[in-house]
Design a binder for this molecule. Sequence first.
Ligand SMILES: Cc1ncc(COP(=O)(O)O)c(C=O)c1O
Length: 389
Amino acid sequence: MSGQAVPYLDLKPQYRSMETAINARIKTVLEHGQFILGPEVEECEKALAAFAGTKYCLTAASGTDALVMALMALGIGPGDEVITTSFSFFATAEVISLVGATPVFADIDPVTYNLDPLKAEAMITKKTKAIMPVSLYGQPADFAAFEKISKTHGIPVVEDAAQSFGAVYNYPAGLRCAGCNAAEGSKCSGCRSGALGVIGATSFFPAKPLGCYGDGGAVFTNDEALYKKMAIIRVHGQESRYHHVAIGINGRLDTLQCTILIEKLKRYGWEIERRQRVAGMYSEAFAGMGAKLVTPKVMSDRQSVWAQYTVLVQDRDAFAKALKEKGVPTSVHYPSPLHHQPVYRELRDRYNLPETEKASKSCISLPLYADMPDADIERVIKAVKEVLG
Ligand SMILES: Cc1ncc(COP(=O)(O)O)c(C=O)c1O
């Protein structure tokens, strides 16, 4: 390898572009000293809700806590089942187990890598209390189909939007997202990820499309009762000072992180466009490579925020090694389906999920971030073409 490697993700240019504003925000918090639930928390939640298009948003200490708050607010617990995907980050299934319920895995759609609605519907039992699709890699799952299933079976849909906050889903005429904010009778289109289920939960982990400077997350809903429940759950089930009406968690996001998000959100629309541009350049350059390199597809009714640009290759280890030698790092999301994890060994043999297994064996992600220089994008393209011939 000659010269420096391309970074997989570099957040320094982003910080430099908003350094003055972020430093000033941090100083303000240090001076007013309201580190927990300071005024910027509500300011941040209002800005996030406006961006997502929901009535309510509550920030949370992490995406994991946001999902826990959502499941707890829906009253999901021991004896219940939640249908989800096995092709995701561990937290997706973990939160279901954490509240005492059982994750039930259905296979993915091999085109989008997201939970397949028909396969999810086939897993519904009397114990099913929610369906939780993940909008993986930044592309919303098929929420129109999930909304129909939700209505038919009376089961709420919770969106794990940890990787997809702000991505767009255009509903077909006559269908609206679970908590649609559009006026009754008007077409619901262009809803953003986070707003697509009865509750949406996202992550602000620094590497996420919208990240803070530590762990962070948020829940979104248009349902006032659920919002109120989650607000109580977020603070140890506390309804008023030292008056606890439920078992909750310490799920608050601190004020400093909220100030970072307020500033970063101002640039996020531009960043989404930049991410889409990098993905577009990759897809154009790699078109026609056939089975040697399968590029990701975004459905025509959706837009992705490209949390990852993930391709399928036949010999992943050799591909990663050869790219590394050319100074191009890669990452694998995710090498093992969740039902293959040791902690779920009892579930392992219960499932036959061929698409999940296929994707986990050959998926590999390339560098992509909003401030990625064109020279680095071109270097990645050149290296991939050289490696695959
Ligand atoms: C799909 C998915 N769900 C949940 C989470 C959990 O988010 P956090 O790391 O903020 O707890 C992540 C984080 O990587 C994720 O990718």
